[in-house]
Design a protein around this ligand. Structure first.
Ligand code: NIG
Ligand code: FE
Length: 408
């Protein structure tokens, strides 16, 4: 049965907002005093509440001023890990670099040891807690990477935890295999390790339907460009979608992301004009990760330049125990917005339908006919209040697949 929800002071529909390039706020498709009709978890229509109310169907009345926007999509996280990396953070505050900690066998290796020794049950409980906190903050779709296993058994353990989490949670999880995070200590040759993963892990991911997506950390300290390219090319030939940790400290990753038609190239803090141009002329989404810039005390992804050149830019938390422990998409979006000089339209697009595109999804991220009924509302009478509050005001209502799952 269909249901009309409203009236909302403003609905930021993003219905026809372009998938690529710079945006101004008049491109957000705002409907004032609007309503949304939903049926079986999907949006049937959006329009003026008074007009829609004439059609005589069940109405869920919203009695206070509210601004409605699409449910948020966090297209890059590492939510399954054991232990903590507070020691790294303290060392970095005192001047140690992320790469030097990694080279000394800490950093990612520290999380690998703690994740390998954690039980699947403990990892699942932590994943559920983290994902539910995200849902409470308005995130209705979360990409989750493996990558702290680094051997067949533990990578499978993590991806199975993500699959179980998906069955138990309201929020949608999109799994990605990041076995190519760094080369484990058991292998002295990086190419040999990736060939082992190609042979022993990738077929099992397919067989057990654990993921359709492969990621690699392309960086001299992790996997150099030529080594990563061979692996990613093989994964693509096997039918996997690609996403790449690219240009975080050195360039190289975005070049192969574009060459291989990856869904997204993420990080890009070190990208220069050349990489910006490559991404802008491609179908690969450029994903900014302000949480990593804040966690490492380094520059932001050049989001302004990417948008002006014509790229599709998404914003994501990179929530992980090392470089980005905060995991708050609204706080981070407001902060990168003020440093990079982004419009509200560019930010809202970056955490909704452009982030969905980075995951290869076109069924969410806009409040429009046929889209999933995933939307969130804030207790304001003007959309500008949302980013102005820098994330300290969270949505007070959240709908996932048409069901109201938060109402405070
Ligand atoms: O996206 N840069 C590589 N991987 C993660 C960090 C992982 C970690 O430090 O545990 C990132 O920043
Ligand atoms: Fe990451």
């Amino acid at each position: 049965m269909s249901e009309l929800i409203g009236p909302f002071r403003e609905i930021i529909t993003l219905e026809s907002t372009p998938i690529k390039g710079a945006l101004t706020d008049d491109q957000m498709g705002i409907v004032s005093e609007g309503g949304v009709i939903i049926e079986e978890g999907k949006i049937v229509s959006v329009g003026k509440f008074d007009e829609l109310a004439k059609e005589g169907r069940k109405i869920s009345l919203i009695e206070t001023d509210q601004i409605l926007i699409p449910g948020l999509v966090d297209c890059h996280t590492h939510l399954v890990w054991g232990g903590t990396r507070s020691r790294d953070y303290t060392m970095r505050m005192s001047g140690a670099t992320y790469e030097s900690i990694l080279e000394q066998g800490g950093g990612i290796f520290d999380s690998v040891a703690k994740t390998r020794s954690a039980s699947a049950e403990a990892l699942l409980n932590d994943l559920i807690t983290r994902a539910n906190r995200h849902l409470d903050d308005g995130v209705t779709t979360i990409e989750v990477k493996s990558g702290y296993g680094l051997d067949v058994e533990n990578e499978l353990k993590i991806l199975e935890v993500i699959s179980k989490g998906n069955d138990r949670l309201i929020v949608d999880l999109v799994p990605t295999c990041l076995a190519a995070h760094v080369c484990p200590k058991e292998f002295s040759d990086k190419r040999a390790f990736l060939q082992h993963i190609e042979k022993e892990l990738l077929p099992r991911l397919k067989m057990n339907r654990l993921t359709k997506r492969i990621d690699a950390f392309v960086e001299p300290s992790a996997f150099p460009k030529d080594v990563a390219y061979e692996y990613l090319k093989t994964a693509k030939a096997q039918g996997f979608d690609l996403t790449i940790h690219a240009d975080q400290f050195h360039t190289g990753g975005s070049d192969i992301a574009v060459k291989l038609g990856a869904k997204s190239a993420d990080h890009l803090e070190a990208s220069t004009e050349k990489e910006i141009e490559l991404l802008a002329n491609s179908d690969t989404v450029a994903v900014a990760l302000p949480g990593a810039s804040m966690g490492l005390g380094m520059n932001f992804t050049p989001a302004r330049k990417l948008l002006d050149a014509g790229a599709s830019v998404a914003i994501s938390t990179d929530w992980n125990p090392g470089s980005a422990p905060m995991g708050d998409l609204l706080v981070q979006s407001s902060v990168i917005g003020i440093y990079e000089k982004l419009s509200s339209a560019e930010i809202f697009a970056g955490i909704t339908f452009r982030a969905a595109k980075a995951l290869g999804l076109s069924d969410r991220g806009r409040i429009a006919t046929g889209q999933l009924a995933d939307f969130i509302s804030f207790p304001f009478d003007d959309y500008r209040e949302i980013l102005y509050n820098q994330g300290k005001v969270k949505p007070n209502m959240v709908w996932k697949n048409g069901k109201r799952v938060k109402d405070v």
